[in-house]
Design a binder for this molecule. Structure first.
Ligand code: PEP
Ligand code: MG
Length: 932
């Protein structure tokens, strides 16, 4: 068993022997309450609150999170925890008139994890604890149901064996499946009491073999071992991954809930289910959920059996249904939020096992928030925190273009619409394959993970897939819950589909699909199509609701939000989403457009100034038109245009490809040669008609430009300094476009930005060129335009000497992509070689290229802002790295006093909400609580 040690955290109270580690609940009274999520975890706090409210909750006790943190630090549980646990157990035994695992009517308990933030299925649970060779007989007698008793015992050994004793699941599955085969039954229910006794005997042998010890017969020993295993499960890989994706603090630890067992699998007047007080996918106000008769909780959540809609319960057990509705409505009013609840019915009696604020899609979050304001349940001020800014993307997800759907394309319409949005991708059957095939960066590949059902072990694959398809499980199955949280399209429980994981095949409607085949998922309706279907932009009705929601949040926002956009189309999109300017126009992207790449390459291939100027002359009108388009789209708003930044060889053919063409030239057919001439002509290669002569010359130039570390090489302002004519041309294009637009009545506010500056002299050098060209253009055209010249801060040196640089720069924009790269020394293109290990080992909490490293890179941002403003108090400061659209980084930027963040158009709304929430947290003096 792995031992995990957590560093010391604040433990003001913990060293005192008076720390209360164990909180009892039962008999209408609880030691804790619903506000104590930090201490009791979400589940423990909910159980306490429900008990205090007089609801039917099976009694028990919660061992608080501090005991988990202590366990992690010392790898043991203190005597005081043991003492308090024994005391609570004795109290529970007295309340129930039973003894744990002893006597004619033995007390049995469940042992469950429960952290502050819900982490569905990521940690471990053990049921039926207290059963042993003796108490199983007593249980059989008292319930008058031997089959049930043996089934409960074999489940305990299986769960305990796996969770506590680290025995692989297949060890037990093989024994169980073999027994089913022997008894010629497909279903678990086909095994009678005798068969289950045989399974138990074999399970015990397996425990002995693999764990080198007997299955513990002493109930208290079972309890202690189970408790510690739940503590350890806080540190399992899937829990770590889940915390990383959801930015949950590693240091929180989990509580352990010990609760008397109630049995949904006792008979046909028993059952278990989960539900929501409103629809978690759409937000519609409807009682929503699923249940299974004669089943245990695991059967519903794991998605092994497909459950029945909760409304059916009204017909089967009307009184229980009414009671459940009454209780859950009361809970929703009490918590002032949509509730996600779990219940069990034993012998026709309802027991509440859990209630918590339900996870929901972004669409549902807004819908529920608006409804609750209208119902007077919450205020608008409370409502603005009800949407996680990262979930805004749900409103922007694609829909299927129905016109592109032909009857033969539909593979099934019977999947569950588990998480909205339509996606197109290539099939993969395992999480590992998803990671491998999804690729990174420019090589990103859309994959759809297809599974019979997902389990928490698949989390890494789910993270990289564009969508998830499962053949089993319901709306509350693992796949459904997790994808909804991720804002990823998911079709779950598509029963007409057979997923043959061993064969790596998906079979449906008489067709076979293999890895790599393209399919389209519609997570909004639950349909699956073969091939790539055309997708449409999001639903305007939902966007209108979002706009209403945003109108409550926006008045609090103080920091501006701009967009990174390079072409008029993106600029228009950004404006639609409320961007208040362009924070970064990467001019190099414009060169990849038609017509421009030729002269651009010609410019690079020229090995003298004259040749470069000739090519730049061709580029000037094209760039001018680009800038005019962007200025027009952003009429009245500032536009930051960056001078050329990337290393030049990015525009040229790869050295290796060129070598191959040279080597094989003589063996090419005349058709191949013709194609090659065209290819190199398009590259702007002079004399491409004579490949034999042209290609070696091209290779020589490519080799001249080759660099070992291009990201640290001839790029950024170094290009404009070594080839000033490039900056001249770009400045001319900017100012000519600005003057032309101004003359047409368009309000233009250009901000020229110099990249990769490390010294004030670099800034002065480039600033002088820009200002000189501006003056020339204004004189030539007889019109002046207000403008600014500033710099990106993307090197640690620039941050250090920001006070100096601010003498020359009128604004700063943090290029945190490069600043992260150069501060950590991580290549932004290759980090994925080390990142998975770093995250798994806890060396990094999150990808620093996704969420700003506030501790390190953030310090440079803060320092440069302060130093820059000391020199120039009016200095405008923004950020244009990817972090500008990531909620926690946006909050950091607000707190650091930045004037704006700039992000991709798609993330503008996210940034707006994050900035509004950050400011509202301050103004309203609330704890900026997002629902996790
Ligand atoms: C940056 O480095 O953060 C930046 C915005 O520039 P680029 O990503 O183009 O290098
Ligand atoms: Mg950069």
């Amino acid at each position: 068993m792995a031992t995990i040690t957590l560093p010391e955290v604040e433990t003001k109270e913990t060293k005192k022997s008076t720390t209360k580690y164990v909180y009892s609940f039962g008999g209408g009274k609880a030691d804790g309450n619903g506000k104590m999520k930090d201490v009791l975890g979400g589940k423990g706090a909910g159980l306490a609150e429900m008990t205090n409210a007089g609801l039917p909750v099976p009694p028990g006790f919660t061992i608080q999170t501090e005991a988990c943190r202590e366990y992690m630090r010392t790898n043991s549980t203190s005597k005081e925890v043991e003492r308090q646990m024994d005391e609570a157990l004795a109290k529970l035994e007295t309340l129930q008139g039973q003894k744990l695992g002893v006597g004619e009517n033995p007390l049995l308990v469940s042992v469950r994890s429960g952290a502050k933030f819900s982490m569905p299925g990521m940690m471990d649970t053990i049921l039926n604890l207290g059963l042993n060779d003796k108490s199983v007989e007593a249980l059989a007698k008292v319930k008058n149901n031997p089959r049930f008793a043996y089934d409960s015992y074999r489940r305990l050994i299986q769960m305990f064996g796996n969770v506590v004793l680290d025995i692989e699941k297949p060890v037990f599955d093989e024994i169980f499946d073999a027994k089913k085969k022997q008894r010629k039954t497909k279903f678990d229910t086909g095994l009678d009491a005798k068969a289950l006794q045989e399974v138990i005997a074999e399970y015990k042998k397996a425990v002995k073999k693999h764990a080198k010890r007997d299955f513990p017969q002493d109930p208290r020993e079972q309890l202690v071992m189970a408790r510690d295993a739940v503590f350890r499960s806080w540190q399992n890989d899937r829990a770590k991954t889940y915390r990383r994706i959801n930015s949950i603090d590693e240091m929180l630890g989990t509580a352990v809930n010990v609760q008397i067992m109630v049995y949904g699998n006792l008979n046909d007047t028993s059952g278990t289910g989960v539900g929501f007080t409103r629809n978690p996918a759409t937000g519609i106000k409807e009682f929503y959920g699923e249940f299974l008769l004669n089943a245990q909780g695991e059967d519903v959540v794991s998605g092994v059996r497909t459950p029945v809609p909760i409304l059916e319960l009204q017909k089967i057990m009307p009184e229980v249904y009414d009671q459940l509705r009454e209780i859950t409505t009361r809970l929703e009013k009490h918590y002032k939020d949509m509730q996600d609840f779990e219940f069990t019915i034993q012998d026709g009696k309802l027991h509440m096992l859990q209630t918590r604020n339900g996870k929901r899609t972004g669409l549902a979050a807004v819908q529920v928030a608006i409804q609750m304001v209208e119902e007077g349940l919450i205020t608008k001020e409370e409502a603005i925190f009800r949407l996680d800014p990262g979930q805004v993307v749900d409103f922007l997800v694609a829909r299927l273009d129905e016109k592109d759907v032909k009857p033969g394309d539909l593979l099934t319409a019977k999947g569950l619409p588990a998480s909205p949005g339509a996606v197109v991708g290539q099939i993969v059957f395992t999480a590992d394959d998803a990671v491998e095939k999804a690729g990174h960066g420019a090589e990103k590949n859309p994959v759809i993970l297809v599974r019979a059902e997902t389990t928490p072990e698949d989390i890494h694959g789910m993270e990289v897939a564009v969508g998830i398809l499962t053949s089993q499980g319901g709306m509350t199955s693992h796949a459904a819950v997790v994808t909804r949280g991720m804002g990823k399209a998911c079709v779950a429980g598509a029963q007409e589909i057979a997923v043959l994981e061993k064969l790596q095949e998906l079979r449906v409607a008489g067709q076979v699909f293999k890895e790599g085949d393209w399919i389209t998922l519609d997570g909004t309706t639950g349909r699956v199509f073969k091939g790539k279907k055309h997708l449409l932009p999001p639903d305007p009705e939902n966007l209108a609701k979002l706009a209403q929601f945003m109108s409550w949040a926006e008045p609090y926002r103080k920091m501006r939000v701009r967009a990174n956009a390079d072409v008029p189309r993106d600029a228009e999109k950004a404006r639609e989403y409320g961007a208040e300017g362009i924070g970064l126009c990467r001019t190099e992207h414009m060169f990849f457009g038609e017509k421009k790449i030729g002269p651009m390459r010609e410019m690079i291939l020229a090995d003298n100034e004259k040749g470069r100027r000739a090519a730049l002359k061709k580029l000037l009108p094209l760039q001018r038109a680009d800038f005019a388009g962007v200025f027009k789209a952003m009429d009245g708003l500032p536009v930051t245009i960056r001078t050329l930044d990337p290393p030049l060889h990015e525009f040229l053919p790869r050295r290796e490809d060129l070598m191959v063409d040279i080597a094989l030239l003589s063996s090419y057919s005349s058709k191949e040669k013709k194609d090659l001439v065209k290819k190199y002509r398009d590259y702007g290669v002079e004399g491409a008609g004579d490949l034999k002569k042209a290609l070696p010359l091209l290779l020589a130039r490519v080799e001249q430009l080759h660099e070992f570390n291009p990201m640290l090489g001839h790029r950024g302002c170094r290009l404009g300094i070594t080839y000033p004519e490039i900056t001249e041309m770009q400045a001319r294009a900017i100012f000519e476009a600005a003057v032309d637009c101004t003359k047409k009545g368009i309000k233009v506010l250009p901000e020229v930005m110099i990249p990769l500056v490390a010294t004030v002299k670099e800034m002065a050098n480039q600033g002088a060129i820009v200002r000189r060209v501006a003056d020339e253009v204004f004189k030539e055209r007889g019109t002046k335009v207000e403008y600014m010249v500033g710099t990106m801060i993307e090197l640690p040196r620039a941050a250090l000497v920001a006070g100096e640089i601010a003498k020359e720069a009128e604004f700063f924009s943090f290029g945190t992509n490069d600043l992260t790269q150069t501060t950590f020394g991580f290549s932004r293109d290759d980090i994925n070689k080390v990142l998975p290990t770093y995250l798994a080992e806890g060396i990094l909490k999150q990808d620093p290229f996704a969420a700003l490293d506030q501790e390190g890179v953030g310090q440079l941002v803060r320092m440069a802002t302060e130093r820059g403003r000391k020199t120039r108090p009016t200095l405008k400061v923004g950020i244009c790295g990817e972090h500008g659209g990531e909620p926690s980084s946006v909050e950091f930027c607000y707190k650091t006093g930045l004037n704006y963040v700039s992000c991709s158009p798609f993330r503008v709304l996210t940034a707006r909400l994050a900035a509004a929430q950050a400011a509202a947290t301050e103004t309203l003096k609330v704890e900026g609580g997002r629902t996790k």
